[in-house]
Design a protein around this ligand. Structure first.
Ligand code: 2AM
Ligand code: CA
Ligand code: CA
Ligand code: CA
Length: 282
């Protein structure tokens, strides 16, 4: 279905196959998870299905690329400090796979049909492949560095809006009640007053994929991790959009406070977030 994937063993093909297999399995487990635990806070959920999907993806990647490193959300100790430490160690890798087995676990647990598998491959710290699979809509988003973004073989493009007042912006509610959520809400408030409308679907990766193919004009959320953003950020860049942090610094795999857009509204989006004092902890 994706024309430029040659051979079933290219990294892109392995990413697509892994996302597709894990996604099908996750979908089959919808409403059937057996364990539900919390991590650092009551809002921070994990199920046996998150863990099982990550194991499945690890195994598939290592079958083809036994020497590559893998950074997966459920393989890392929870909490901002632990995830930053894991990323800083992992970023020394030559080839590093960055895996979020279910992005949108809260949705998965509640049966809200908006979640995905997100898989990225970085070479010396730079993302070169990004794959996001939504098993509910059976939508496979694929980006390769320098080759654009594709949804089932069709080239994706960012939207055309040139002003925030014509824009629909994706946002998310950071679960950290003490710092993250209050910061996020300042930005969300400012955007609610200046945009056409906001959408908070609950999956950072899918929101980024939607920006890349023009279903959203932009996206803003603070306090994310590398696995939420890596694949989607490549997609936005490859479709002609822009991804920065909330201060305007260009995207790299360490960015946690993300602003993504079709490019045309980026300055206005950043300005609005900065003026609201919603840039998050550096
Ligand atoms: P997850 O479902 O993989 O955990 C929703 O606003 C976004 O925030 C999702 O992409 C979600 O990813 C992420 N998220 C959920 N809990 C989080 C936490 N405790 N810290 C940071 N990000 C989180
Ligand atoms: Ca999680
Ligand atoms: Ca995630
Ligand atoms: Ca996850």
């Amino acid at each position: 279905k994706i024309p430029y994937v040659v051979g079933s063993k290219s990294p892109t093909a392995v990413a697509i196959n892994s996302a597709s297999k894990a996604g099908e399995w996750i979908k089959s487990k919808l409403g059937m998870h057996q364990e539900l635990n919390t991590k650092v806070s009551p809002q921070d959920l994990v199920t046996d299905v998150d863990k099982g999907a990550e194991m499945m993806i690890r195994k598939l990647i290592l079958t083809h690329f036994p020497n590559h490193d893998i950074l997966g959300e459920e393989g890392v100790a929870p909490g901002a400090t632990a995830s930053a430490a894991a990323l800083s160690k992992a970023s020394q890798s030559e080839y590093l796979w960055i895996v979020d087995p279910i992005d949108g676990t809260t949705n998965f647990v509640h049966g809200f049909p908006f979640f995905c598998v997100s898989i990225a491959l970085a070479y010396r710290g730079e993302v070169i492949v990004g794959v996001i699979y939504d098993p509910i809509k059976d939508e496979m988003f694929v980006a390769e560095k320098g080759k654009g973004v594709y949804i089932h073989g069709n080239r994706g493009e960012v939207s055309k809006e040139a002003n925030l007042s014509d824009s629909v912006i994706g946002v998310g509610f950071n679960p950290d009640r003490e710092f993250g959520l209050p910061t996020n809400m300042k930005g969300i408030n400012a955007l609610a007053n200046t945009t056409r409308s906001l959408r908070a679907g609950g999956s950072a990766a899918l929101h980024l994929a939607y920006v890349a193919i023009g279903r959203l004009s932009g996206y803003y959320e603070v306090g994310l991790n590398a696995w939420d953003i890596a694949a989607g950020a490549l997609m936005v860049a490859e479709s002609g959009g822009i991804v920065t942090d909330t201060t305007g610094k260009p995207y790299d795999i360490g960015v946690r406070h993300v602003v993504a857009s079709n490019g045309k509204i980026h300055a206005e989006l950043l300005e609005t977030i900065k003026a609201a004092n919603a840039t998050g902890i550096a």
